[in-house]
Each structure stands twice: as structure tokens, then as C-alpha cells.
Design a protein around this ligand. Structure first.
Ligand code: NDP
Ligand code: 2IT
Length: 451
């Protein structure tokens, strides 16, 4: 960074940290964007006067609410609900809902901030938001999850709507939870609208939305690989997570000819040196989505696989890594282990899975590395397609949705190349994604005046 950029970022971050103490994930996400756009700001000083980044980093609205619910034994529990409506310059607020014990204001704000740039990159008219609760769905019965979702929506329904804010899934929120949330929204508001995405196919959902984040990730990674004359064919792929994104990323990578050798959850990872097959994938879908079991059971079912409790998969040699679990799951040493193991492409399915120190390792090694806001945007993009279908009151075919998803991921990749190609030809996808996402939001905010 040159002198202006460093001074700009330091000054901006000092104020942001003082104003938002104790929010490390939020600081981390904002700093990465500030660093990427500082040279552009230097060339466009009106953006400093208009305080565009300061405004994006101050969410338009934050709603925090009590969520009381009763478990199957009759005991009362109190959780905290959040919705961070970060930016509506490009369209109605849009972004997922996360149910996980770790959810707090910092995590909600970082995710809503990231979503604003991601949604801008999709080319679709969507603002950025995120919501969730510190509710832990693990071990809860369907009836408990339903009562929790109904209580959560009883407050949230006052703040969302098809033209206002359209939530969807994220960690701990899949088809089951979206169903309970939608049912309660419809009951309270007495309207059948597309206010949530990720709905069931029979009641307004888009075909391919469940697959979209993982498939889109692989479509994006294909484009990255193509810049080096490579493809997934014959490559060894390490995946973290075993939820929605990990499952469909693994399935697509496998179908594109790769050998996917790991999956994980918060308790550990499995290494299957022979790689996933369609039959093993069917088992994983059953294990995780129907029985809601743990990934270690994979190694009991397939004894050639080994379970590593308490560890993450980054030490397994691979060509391509697809982190699909959670934020900051790849630290500096993990990144070094990946490079040492031969990894030359990291495409993020999760949101901010790499720490800044890990990103620095990838950048220094000049490998292909894409940030989640570019490579995992296929999920929210397909949510945008679900909104379009709901507005038109019709359904597109799988071929139509898949073709649009392909096009959108290609367009995002092209935007990263346009804004992120450095003098020596190396593509800095972080810079490209942040700059492309920012410019569109900044221009819209400039057009719309001081609001
Ligand atoms: P799921 O709840 O379906 O799966 C999450 C997976 O990650 C599980 O295997 C879970 O293991 C693991 N995990 C969660 N938290 C942690 C943790 N703290 N440490 C280790 N492992 C953890 O969520 P998704 O697959 O939907 O989301 C995964 C990531 O992808 C998230 O970062 C999310 O924000 C991002 N994302 C999701 C999109 C979507 O459409 N769903 C779109 C774009 C990004 P365990 O069961 O042990 O908790
Ligand atoms: O992080 C994300 O992009 C999501 N969880 C999906 C959001 C959405 O609105 O589909």
C-alpha cells in the first residue's frame, strides 16, 4: 500500500474500532474492504467527502430482540434474535439467517457487511442483510425447532417483506427451518409472498436453490482453474464442513472429475483417500440431512476412511481446497500446511473462512485464491432468481436456473479479473471482488443522496 492508502485505512479503522468496540469479525471484514478500495478512493476523492465507506459500515438498521420458547420438557429458554439491515442502495435487504451458539452482534454485522458486496457482485437488485440467533439447533427435536422458529418470526415479521427484506438460510437454517419460518410469517401477515427464499418447491421455492451455493462455488473455481489451463479433472480436493454448502460443492466437484477426500464438522474431519462416490454422497445426505448425525459416522460406515477428532482437514495433501464450514477456519499455519501439501487453488464456500494472516500466505505464494463474497455468491444469486420467479408467479426449469447460475458466476469471475488483475498478470481476487462490489454500491449511494 502507498502512503495515502495506509493513512486512509489506519485512520478509517481507528474510528471504526473505537465506534464498534469488541467486534473483531466486523473489524476484520471491513478492514479487508478498506484496504482493497483505498487506491480507488485516492483517485475518487469525492467518495471521501461523501463518506461512502463510513456509511456502508454503519448498518441502516439493526434489530435485536428476545426470543422466548419452551422445550419439550416444558422448560423456558431465552435466546437473542438479530437482523442487521446493512445497505439498501441496490434493492431490498437480502441475506441469510444463522442459528448457531456462536452468533453475536459482531458476527451478524460482518456477515451483513460482506453480503452487501456479494449481492452487488451478483448483478441482481439486492441490498445486504443478515440475521440469526444464538439458538443451537443441535440435539433439538423438530417440535422444539418449530416453536423456536415461530417465536423468532413473531418479532422478525414486523421488519421484513418481499419489497423490504428477504431472509434465507445459512448455518443451522435449511429447508426445515425456512418452512417453519414461512408458515408463521404467512399466518401472522395473512399473505402468501416470496418474503423468504430457500422455500420448498411446492410452495414457491426455486429448483436448484439448495444446490446453488456449492454448485456455484465449483463453477467459479472452474473459471479460476481455467486461467491456468486446468480443471477439476483428476484433482484431489479437500472440503471442510458437511452441511449444505459442503455437500453440494463435493457432489459437483466429484461430478466434474475430482477426487474429494475430506469432509468435517465442528468435532473433527474424515479422510477418505479413495474419494467420495455417488453412493457415499447419498449416505452423507442421509446422515446429515435426515438423521442429523455426525461426520465421524462416515468412518464407521466406510472403514477405509479415517476420522480425526478435534482436527481440521488442511494438513491433507491436495490440489484444491474448498472451505465450506465457517469463518476463520483457516489460520496462518493451516494456510502454510495447504501450500506445503501442494494446494494451488483455494475457493471459499464459507463466509470469511480464511484469517487475514492465512490470506497473506496465499497471496505471497501467488496461488489461486478467491474470497467467499465472490465464489459463494451463487446461493444468494439463486435466491434472487427465486424472488424473480415469485414476482412472476411461475417456475423456471432446472436447465434455465442452472444456465443463469453459470452466467452469473462467469460474470462475477470476469469482474474479479477486470478489477483484480495486477501488472504481472496475477489475479488478486480479493481486490477484484471488493472493488467491483464497492463501485456499484458507491455509485448507487451517490445517486440517491445523503440517506
Ligand atoms: P450448515 O449448517 O448446513 O453446515 C455448516 C457446516 O459447518 C456443518 O458441517 C457444521 O458442523 C460446520 N460448522 C459450523 N460452525 C462451525 C464451527 N464453528 N467450527 C467448525 N465447523 C463448523 O451451513 P451451510 O453449509 O449453509 O453454511 C456453511 C458456510 O457457508 C457458512 O460460512 C455460511 O455463511 C456460508 N454460506 C452459506 C450459503 C447458503 O446458501 N447456505 C450461501 C453462502 C455462504 P456442525 O454440525 O458441527 O456445526
Ligand atoms: O451467505 C449467504 O450468501 C447466504 N447465506 C445466502 C443468502 C440468501 O439470501 O440466499
Amino acid at each position: 500500500m502507498d502512503n495515502f492508502a495506509k493513512k486512509y485505512v489506519d485512520g478509517f479503522m481507528a474510528e471504526l474500532v473505537a465506534r464498534n468496540p469488541g467486534e473483531p469479525e466486523f473489524h476484520q471484514a471491513v478492514k479487508e474492504v478498506a484496504e482493497s478500495i483505498a487506491p480507488y478512493i485516492a483517485e475518487n476523492p469525492q467518495l471521501i467527502d461523501l463518506k461512502i465507506l463510513e456509511r456502508i459500515a454503519e448498518p441502516e438498521r439493526i434489530i435485536i430482540f428476545r426470543v422466548p420458547w419452551t422445550d419439550d420438557r416444558g422448560e423456558l429458554h431465552i435466546n437473542r434474535g438479530f437482523r442487521v439491515q446493512c445497505n439498501s442502495a441496490l434493492g431490498p435487504y437480502k441475506g441469510g439467517i444463522r442459528f448457531h451458539a456462536s452468533v453475536n452482534l459482531s458476527i451478524m454485522k460482518f456477515l451483513a457487511f460482506e453480503q452487501t458486496f456479494k449481492n452487488s457482485l451478483t448483478t441482481l437488485p439486492m441490498g445486504g442483510a443478515k440475521g440469526g440467533s444464538d439458538f443451537n439447533p443441535r440435539g433439538k427435536s423438530d417440535a422444539e425447532v418449530m416453536r423456536f422458529c415461530q417465536s423468532f418470526m413473531t418479532e422478525l415479521c414486523k421488519h421484513i417483506g418481499q419489497d423490504t427484506d428477504v431472509p434465507a438460510g445459512d448455518i443451522g437454517v435449511g429447508g426445515r427451518e425456512i418452512g417453519y419460518l414461512f408458515g408463521q410469517y404467512k399466518r401472522l401477515r395473512n399473505e402468501f409472498t416470496g418474503t423468504l427464499t430457500g422455500k420448498g418447491l411446492a410452495w414457491g421455492g426455486s429448483i436448484l436453490r439448495p444446490e446453488a451455493t456449492g454448485y456455484g462455488l465449483c463453477y467459479f473455481a472452474e473459471q479460476m482453474l481455467a486461467t491456468k489451463g486446468k480443471s477439476f479433472e483428476g484433482q484431489t480436493v479437500v472440503v471442510s464442513g458437511s452441511g449444505n454448502v459442503a455437500q453440494y460443492a463435493s457432489q459437483k466437484a466429484m461430478r466434474l472429475g475430482a477426487k474429494v477426500v475430506t469432509l468435517s464438522d465442528s468435532d473433527g474431519f474424515i479422510h477418505d483417500p479413495e474419494g467420495l462416490t455417488e453412493e457415499k454422497m447419498a449416505y452423507v445426505f442421509q446422515l446429515k440431512n435426515i438423521r442429523r448425525g455426525r461426520i465421524k459416522e462416515y468412518a464407521e460406515k466406510y472403514p477405509n476412511a479415517k476420522y480425526y477428532p478435534g482436527q481440521r482437514p488442511w494438513g491433507i495433501p491436495c490440489d484444491i481446497a474448498l472451505p465450506c464450514a465457517t469463518q476463520n477456519e483457516i489460520g496462518k499455519e493451516d494456510a502454510e500446511a495447504l501450500i506445503k501439501g501442494g494446494c494451488y487453488c483455494v475457493a471459499e464456500g464459507a463466509n470469511m473462512p480464511s484469517t487475514p494472516e492465512a490470506i497473506a500466505v496465499f497471496q505471497a505464494a501467488r496461488i489461486l485464491y478467491s474470497p467467499g463474497k465472490a465464489s459463494n455468491a451463487g446461493g444468494v444469486a439463486t435466491s434472487g432468481l427465486e424472488m424473480s420467479q415469485n414476482s412472476m408467479r411461475l417456475h423456471w426449469t432446472a436447465e434455465e436456473v442452472d444456465a443463469q447460475l453459470h452466467r452469473i458466476m462467469s460474470d462475477i469471475h470476469a469482474a474479479c479479473l477486470k478489477y483484480g488483475t495486477e501488472e504481472d498478470g496475477h489475479v488478486n481476487y480479493v481486490k477484484g471482488a471488493n472493488l467491483a462490489g464497492f463501485i456499484k454500491v458507491a455509485n448507487a449511494m451517490t445517486d440517491q443522496g445523503i440517506v
